[in-house]
Design a protein around this ligand. Sequence first.
Ligand SMILES: [Fe+2]
Length: 497
Amino acid sequence: MAALNAVEQVFLRRLGLIQVHGLGLSVDVYSPDLPSLLGALRRRQVRPAYLEVFRAAPAALAMVRSQAGDGLLTYHGEGLWLTQPDLAGDPAFPQEVREVAGHLQTLDSAWLNHECATKSIAGYSFGTYLPPLYTESSAAMVAENTRLVQELLDRHCRLSSGAAPLVLLEMPPLTYFIAGTVDVPMFFQLVVRSTPCGLVLDVGHLWTVYRYSGAWQAVSLAQFVKTFLDNFPMHRVVEIHVAGLAPHESSSAAQSELSKRTGDGSLPVWTDAHAAPIPPVLFEILDQILSHPGLTSLRGLALEVDTKPVELIVEEFAQFAERYRMVPFPETVLPVASDEQAVWLPEEERLPDAVARGLEEAYDRYARVAVGRADPLGTEWTHPTACADELDRYRSIYLPYEILHWGGDVESMFPESCRRLAGQGVPLSRFVPFWFSRPRPRSPSYDFFLVKIERFIEFVHEEAPELAGIAQQEADELRGAYEVANAPPVQIMSERP
Ligand SMILES: [Fe+2]
């Protein structure tokens, strides 16, 4: 057997400290209500072996931990934009990592799962994730940023086991398009080559890659999955997610019109949808994944159920637990006998400045193409790996919906301001081009709801300055209510997971 290189050795040593977590649920503290969910699971006599908890206020996470006793909890992070060239230089970054470290320590989570995606690119803010540019320099940047985050967690976070949490990168979904010059499996090969991180393979995300990379027009799903898995770094997959897929809520009204324009319709136009039922096709893909010989590091297999109705979660988890109760998780083996915690690698070279600058420019173009301010031209958009067939759906339907309705309906948030704007002949639809009219400094701690409030005040200032006082008053009320809503509940959980 060929000797393992240093990166693989470090990964295996870290992995060896993580116990098998089994079949779990990836949840949100508030949605759906966690005590109700756990009570319903108990009544059905099914129990997740672990809960993966999405980012929440520290006090809420502490409450979950105390109620969970010694039950296994893991952490689904948010807000570290690992794909972005300006991550390390962002003044807010050290504080963000310290907060994440605090959350991980509170939950005693063996890993930090973070989407390999961003909601903030080159000064443009989005409500949902945009995948990375799938290029070589972008992969190098992700690798460098991931190493940095791991290094900081090593410094600032120590679990009860004495180890630091392992960073896991989740392969993100595609929402109608992909840009880049290398395919998704090769991108992650490039990332793990110089970074001892783990990966999360989300089955629904994989389906969206089939759908929106254009592969569905050339090969069957089973063949696509086989080729994908054969080329993906499967030995780094530490966790698998399964969540729902559904047509996006923005598209129902415009669906038929756009279908005529895109001219297909033989495959559903699904996007990642945690509230939606899990379609059976995802379990067919999951079976293919679980039988892949490269899957040697799996520690957890979870349904991702935030925002899903409790009854549906219980039904799906009961079936899932029955179907996958015999999943052979690989044994945890310490590959290198060592007490030392120093599991870092020698200093690696950073991305040359010129390459980093080139990547910044590429991301600036990427953002402008995505928001409709530039045409999908240039190598990242014209390479055979790229697919912009349905980019128009993203720009003209998905994105306006995101700005006007998703994560806070603007008209409901600012009723008086909107009424008066309408009275002055300013349609709310103008808020969308305003939002993307220019890049702005990144918000210190990214929260789309708060970004929306900030942008709307700016919008009113520009369109109707005489209404600024009213908008400000509505904004103050929204921020106050938001703070109250994010306070920890009296009791999060009624029992251990
Ligand atoms: Fe996921």
